[in-house]
Every structure is written in structure tokens, then in C-alpha cells.
Design a binder for this molecule. Structure first.
Ligand code: ATP
Length: 227
């Protein structure tokens, strides 16, 4: 589903690469934790998958797209196949839960009839079926992250990227979000999650990829946080 082939990325004006010669394959349906200290290259790795940047060296393949050959007009299609969730939720302010999730479908041209069916189904999946008319600004952090997850998953992308999705949440709320991510993964969605949360990584025992100074230093199945 995702292949990195000798990928390096050096940002403009920098001498040290943020990613250095990284090669790996992530198969369809895998759940992968991306760990490493601050500045080790985790966000850079995720942003390359989204084609926010091109690598300085090497090739990247995502859901059948060769990102080095992807013309700019095809980037939106790539991004539709990769749902994203971030630490800071990034919801539309002043909009309801329903509107936040429906918007993701409106921008890809779904009919209002489809939207009226799919949005409530997805809100039920994340446990927010009874809060669809609430403004997202009035929800707890955990609920806001559920909305963000619903929005990322509403068009059933084959890949979901989560960049520290529990970073702003307390441990109990985080467990709820992880259960949801696990559930989404069990539908066949490939999940890649960057995190500093050792408890979660140690509990879930999924594949762990560790970066250190931009290099891939560990790739462990049923791994632990351990650095
Ligand atoms: N847009 C940018 N321009 C220049 N340098 C950057 C840019 N983004 C990241 N870097 C640098 O690249 C390196 C890797 O950063 P990255 O954000 O990928 O790390 P990270 O592992 O996600 O860190 P954190 O856990 O703090 O989010 C760092 O040295 C960082 O300063």
C-alpha cells in the first residue's frame, strides 16, 4: 500500500536531511506506529506520503501512485485516499458535528442524498450519533477528536494517517480514540500513527517503526515504544 525506496528529504536551506535513505513497505490493512524523539523525522515521513513535499532522493508509492510522477492535478485524488487526523483536531469552527463531517463529502462531489445516509452512519461508528447538531467548539477534546476521525474516515479511504492523535487528550480519552482507530483498521484500512505515547504503543503491540535523526533504526512487529 505504501513503499519508500531509498527516500531522503533535505528541506530547503538545511544541510542535514530530515529523512535519510529510508526504505520500507507497509501492506494493506497494517497498523503501524511511527516513533522517535522530537525532530527525528516522523512528520516529514507523513507529509511525504501526502505529497506535501517531494523527496530529495528516492521513490515513494502510495495506493498505486508513483508520487515522483504524480502531476499536480492528480494530488487531490491521492489525498482523498489518505484520511488525516492531527493532534489539534483542525475542525471547522462555528459548524456543527454533522456539518464538519458532511463537508468532507461535499468537497468531493457526493450527492446530498448520499451525504444524508453516510454521515449519520459514520457518526454512529464514532459514538457521536446523538451529538450531530452540536457545535464542535462546545465539545470535549475527546469528542472533537472523534469528529476529526469521522471526517477522515467518512469516504472510507484505504489509508489513515494520524499525527499524535492523542497528544492533547487524557489517558482514558486516549484509550477510546485508540479503540476507534483499531476498529477502523479492522475494516481493512491501513493506519499509520506517529506518537510519543509509550503506554498506548506498549499496550497495542502493533508494528513499530522508529526513526532517529531521520534514519530508520527499528522495524519491529508486535513492537514496543522502547527508546
Ligand atoms: N518545513 C521545514 N523546513 C525546514 N526544516 C524542517 C521543516 N520541517 C521540519 N524540519 C526539520 O526536519 C527535522 C525533522 O522534523 P519532523 O517535524 O519531521 O520531526 P518529528 O519527528 O515529527 O518531530 P516532533 O515529534 O517534534 O513532531 C527537524 O530537524 C526539523 O527541524
Amino acid at each position: 500500500m505504501i513503499t519508500f525506496d531509498n527516500v531522503s528529504k533535505t528541506y530547503a536551506g538545511q544541510t542535514r536531511p530530515a529523512l535519510r535513505d529510508v526504505s520500507l513497505d507497509i501492506d494493506k490493512g497494517e497498523f503501524v506506529f511511527l516513533v522517535g524523539s522530537s525532530g527525528s523525522g516522523k512528520s516529514t515521513f507523513l507529509r511525504l506520503i501526502l505529497r506535501e513535499y517531494k523527496p530529495t532522493k528516492g521513490s515513494i508509492y502510495v495506493a498505486g501512485h508513483d508520487l515522483g510522477r504524480l502531476p499536480a492535478w492528480r494530488i487531490p485524488r491521492l489525498r482523498r485516499q489518505v484520511g488525516t487526523v492531527f493532534q489539534d483536531f483542525r475542525l471547522l469552527p462555528g459548524k456543527t458535528v454533522y456539518e464538519n463531517v458532511a463537508f468532507a463529502l461535499q468537497v468531493i462531489g457526493k450527492s446530498s442524498r448520499e451525504i444524508r445516509t453516510i454521515v449519520p452512519e459514520t457518526l454512529d461508528l464514532v459514538g457521536l450519533g446523538d451529538k450531530s447538531e452540536r457545535l464542535t467548539d462546545e465539545l470535549s477534546g475527546g469528542e472533537q477528536q472523534r469528529v476529526a476521525l469521522a471526517r477522515a474516515f467518512v469516504n472510507r479511504p484505504p489509508i489513515l494517517i494520524a499525527d499524535e492523535p492523542t497528544g492533547n487528550l487524557d489517558p482514558t480519552t486516549s484509550v477510546g480514540i485508540m479503540k476507534l482507530l483499531d476498529r477502523i483498521n479492522k475494516t481493512g484500512t491501513t493506519v499509520i500513527m506517529a506518537t510519543h505515547d509509550s503506554t498506548i504503543v506498549d499496550q497495542m503491540r502493533k508494528r513499530v517503526i522508529e526513526l532517529s535523526d531521520g534514519e530508520l533504526v527499528r522495524d519491529q512487529s508486535k513492537g514496543v515504544y522502547g527508546y
